[in-house]
Design a protein around this ligand. Structure first.
Ligand SMILES: *Cc1c(COP(=O)(O)O)cnc(C)c1O
Length: 319
């Protein structure tokens, strides 16, 4: 069970380890949407994404129980966050990654001192290997999204948004496994039930979207996308994020690759931000005029900045 009380406990646990991130107005996007728009900048964490919140909350809790070894599977950013938090807490981390994970993310995880295992061609293979390693070598498995401590850590973003902007009407959240969405929605609707929660994701290979449509967790083929951090399944045995997302989501928006690329370019040119594809979906939705029907102040979560810098240069140059 995840409740608002768990979120406040998470905030206490991560205090002093995770900074309160900026919430900045975007006049350019406000013109597009026809309402005030704010960007919640989860790009400023030392590992370049919000995942440090959930990983830190989980690892501090595990360290308190005497756990010394942690294992995970990741599309990149969770692994990097786990490696960072493990090092800070003197724990040993193993991160299983599929061959789809970009090299810049692999390198960053290894540089933090974690053991990196490359396995298979999708997040599901990496997940299976993480479970196997945890059993074989001992250690706690810290999944990237389907875990109450991880969800509660990501949820601290929701607390920060509601405190900075109590009259927020709509929050747009990049959606993959749903840890970020579930957490933020839990916190935001827990404090202010009228807040509208929108999930944004890529058009192809969006497992949570397919699962919501099917009414149960289903797997999808993982395809290459600019939003690589949104790839991967939600787990056919999903225990938390599917139910939470289904209960708390008001609308799902799907962005194609060209729109995501325009979001990345907009972020750079107009907001002076380097963002990865997964973090650009909310801005892309605003640019596509998908948010024009929303009323009142809108917050877009900009979830991370870990884009391969050559890819970024190429996208900016091509636009
Ligand atoms: C993990 C991630 C997401 C999606 O989070 P979920 O909890 O899996 O839905 C979005 N953006 C970035 C940058 C991420 O690393």
């Amino acid at each position: 069970m995840s409740t608002l009380a768990h979120v406040y406990r998470a905030r206490q646990r991560i205090a002093g380890r995770i900074c309160r991130t900026p919430l900045v107005a975007s006049p350019a996007l406000a013109r597009m949407v026809g309402a005030p728009v704010y960007l919640k900048l989860e790009t400023v964490h030392p590992t370049g994404s919000f995942k440090l919140r959930g990983a830190t909350n989980a690892l501090v809790a595990l360290a308190e129980q005497g756990v010394k070894r942690v294992v995970t599977a990741s599309t990149g950013n969770h692994g990097r966050a786990l490696a960072y938090a493990a090092r800070a807490l003197g724990m040993e981390a193993t991160v299983c990654l599929s061959a789809l994970v970009p090299q810049n993310k692999v390198d960053a995880i290894a540089a933090l001192g974690a053991r990196v295992v490359i396995v298979g061609n999708g997040q599901d293979d990496a997940q299976a290997e993480a479970l196997r390693l945890a059993r074989e070598r001992g250690g706690a498995c810290v999944p990237p999204f389907d875990d109450p401590l991880v969800i509660a850590g990501q949820a601290t973003i929701g607390l920060e948004i509601l405190e900075a902007l109590p009259d927020v009407a709509t929050i747009v959240v990049p959606l993959s496994g749903g840890g970020l969405f579930s957490g933020v929605a839990l916190a935001a609707k827990g404090i202010q039930p009228q807040v509208r929660m929108i999930g944004a994701t890529m058009e192809r290979g969006a497992a949570m979207h397919a699962s919501l449509a099917a009414g149960k967790p289903v797997s999808v083929d993982e395809v290459k996308t600019l939003a690589d951090s949104l790839g991967g399944g939600i787990g056919l045995d999903n225990r938390h994020t599917f139910m939470l997302t289904r209960a708390l989501i008001d609308r799902v928006l799907l962005l194609d690759e060209a729109a995501i690329a325009r979001g990345i370019v907009h972020a750079y040119r107009e907001e002076r931000l380097v963002v990865e594809g997964a973090a650009a979906v909310g801005m892309a939705a605003a640019l596509e005029r998908m948010l024009s029907a929303e009323r009142g102040a809108l917050v877009i979560i900009v979830s991370g900045c870990n884009i391969d810098i050559e890819l970024h240069r190429h996208l900016i140059g091509a636009a």
